[in-house]
Design a protein around this ligand. Structure first.
Ligand code: GLV
Ligand code: GLV
Length: 396
C-alpha cells in the first residue's frame, strides 16, 4: 500500500509545490497557517508511515504510541530536535531527518546581529523611553544634545555617574567594541563555529568554548579556541553566545548562578563605578564601562531560566542580552524582559533568511521513487538529495 505521511504545516512555496507533486503517497497536511492542533495531529498520525513536523510540534511518547508500528520516519524542519523524544524514537527504530548546515550561516548572522545590537546599545539609541533618552526619536530634546559631538555621550557618562538619581544609569554610555575581547561559545558545533569565525573578523582575540568533548578541528579552523569548563567560560568571556542543543543537561544552564558568574559590568556600581568616570578602555583592551558580560541566545529558550535573566538584568549583573529564542514564543507582552533597554528580543528569526528557507528546493527535487526515505527530502529546509543522501539522518 502507498505510504501515508502527515505534514503539520504548509511549507514555503517552492517546497510546498514539490511536496504536492509527490505521487505514490497519501498526504495528510494541515493547511491553516498556524500550528496543527494537537488532537488533529494525534488523529492523523494513527497508522501513518511518516511525519514531517516543525519545531513547534511535540513528538513525544504519546504521539509514537498513537502512531503505531508503521511509523518509520520523522523529519523535522529544524536543526534542533529537542521537541522530539529521541530515546523513544531510537527504541522504535524510527529514523530522524533534520536540517543541519542549511541554516548555519543564517543563524550565525543573527547571533552576530544580536551581539552587535547589544554591544552598541541599539535599542537604547533607537527607542525613546522618556525625557532621559538621547536618541533619534526624542525630538523634544535640544538639537545640540542630539547631534554628533566629541564629548557626546561620554560627558553624559560622567553626569550619569554622579547623578544616578537623575539619569537612568544605562543611558548615555558608549557601546563596546569586539576588538581584543574574549568570546565564549557554549557549544562549538556548526553554528557556534560560524559565529566565532565571524567574530574573529571583528577583532575578537580569544575564543573559549564549553560543551561535551574537545573540538580539535573546529578549534584549529578558528586559529585556536580553548576548551574550558562552563564556569571558566562564564568568568572569562566578555561575550557569551549559546549555540548548543537543548538537552536535559543544558536545560536551564543559564540560571542566576551562571549570570552571577559572568563578568560584572554593573554600570555605576561596585568597582566599575569609577572606571566609568574615566571613560575609555582600561587594562587588557577591556572596556570596563558597561562593556563586558553580554549574553546572546539563538539556540532555545529552554537554556535560560528567564526569571533569573530578568533578575540579572535588573541587578546589573550583566551588561546586556540579546534573545532570538524565549519561553514561550512569543513572549507575553508583560514579560519583564521586554522592558529592559539593554535586552533585545527578536521572535525566533535565527534561520529566517530567504536562502535558508528556500534552499530545500535547489537540491530536493531529486529522484523521489524511494518508499519512505523520500521524507528526508521534505525536511523543508534540508539540503537533502536522495541517493547521495546529503541530508543527515540520525539513528538516535
Ligand atoms: C530553528 O530554531 C531550528 O532548530 O531549525
Ligand atoms: C565620526 O563620524 C567620525 O567621522 O569620526
Amino acid at each position: 500500500s502507498i505510504p501515508r505521511i502527515v505534514v503539520t504545516r504548509v511549507l514555503p512555496p517552492t517546497s510546498q509545490a514539490a511536496l504536492e507533486k509527490l505521487s505514490n503517497v497519501e498526504m495528510v497536511q494541515w493547511k491553516e497557517d498556524r500550528n496543527m492542533p494537537r488532537d488533529l495531529l494525534l488523529n492523523s498520525i494513527k497508522g501513518a508511515d511518516g511525519l514531517l513536523c516543525m519545531l513547534t510540534d511535540k513528538v513525544d511518547q504519546e504521539l509514537f504510541k498513537v502512531a503505531g508500528p508503521k511509523l518509520k520516519v520523522v523529519s523535522t524542519m529544524s536543526v534542533g530536535f529537542d521537541h522530539v523524544d529521541t530515546a523513544e524514537l531510537k527504541q522504535r527504530g524510527i529514523k530522524l531527518g533534520y536540517t543541519p548546515d542549511v541554516l548555519t550561516d543564517a543563524t550565525a548572522d543573527t547571533t552576530v546581529m544580536l551581539l552587535l545590537a547589544a554591544a552598541r546599545r541599539l535599542k537604547e539609541h533607537q527607542s525613546c523611553g522618556g525625557w532621559r533618552d538621547l536618541n533619534v526619536t526624542c525630538h523634544n530634546y535640544p538639537t545640540q544634545w542630539r547631534e554628533w559631538g566629541p564629548n557626546w555621550l561620554c560627558a553624559f557618562c560622567l553626569m550619569a555617574t554622579v547623578s544616578r538619581h537623575i539619569f537612568s544609569q544605562s543611558n548615555f554610555i558608549p557601546g563596546v567594541q569586539f576588538t581584543s575581547k574574549t568570546l565564549g561559545v557554549v557549544g562549538l558545533g556548526r553554528i557556534g563555529e560560524a559565529v566565532a569565525h565571524r567574530l574573529r573578523a571583528f577583532g575578537i582575540s580569544r575564543v573559549l568554548y564549553s560543551g561535551r568533548g574537545t573540538k580539535h578541528e573546529a578549534a584549529a579552523r578558528l586559529g585556536g579556541a580553548l576548551h574550558v569548563p562552563f564556569h571558566g567560560l562564564l568568568a572569562k568571556s566578555d561575550f557569551i553566545v549559546v549555540c548548543c542543543a537543548l538537552t536535559e543537561e543544558t536545560k536551564g544552564m543559564f540560571n542566576y548562578d551562571a549570570f552571577r558568574r559572568m563578568k560584572s559590568s554593573a554600570v555605576g556600581s561596585g568597582r566599575n563605578r569609577w572606571w566609568m568616570v574615566l571613560g575609555g578602555e582600561i587594562g587588557e583592551g577591556s572596556y570596563v564601562m558597561g562593556a563586558v558580560g553580554i549574553f546572546v541566545n539563538t539556540a532555545r529558550g529552554g537554556h535560560v531560566v528567564q526569571d533569573d535573566l530578568a533578575r540579572a538584568l535588573q541587578e546589573n549583573l550583566i551588561a546586556a542580552a540579546g534573545l532570538d529564542v524565549t519561553t514561550p514564543e512569543p513572549l507575553p507582552t508583560d514579560s519583564p524582559l521586554l522592558g529592559f533597554k539593554n535586552c533585545i528580543v527578536v521572535p525566533h528569526i535565527g534561520e529566517l533568511s530567504h536562502k535558508a528557507r528556500m534552499f530545500v528546493i535547489l537540491s530536493n527535487i531529486v529522484d523521489l521513487n524511494i518508499s519512505v526515505s523520500f521524507l528526508f527530502c521534505f525536511s523543508a529546509v534540508s539540503s537533502c538529495a536522495i541517493g547521495s543522501a546529503t541530508t543527515e539522518t540520525r539513528d538516535e
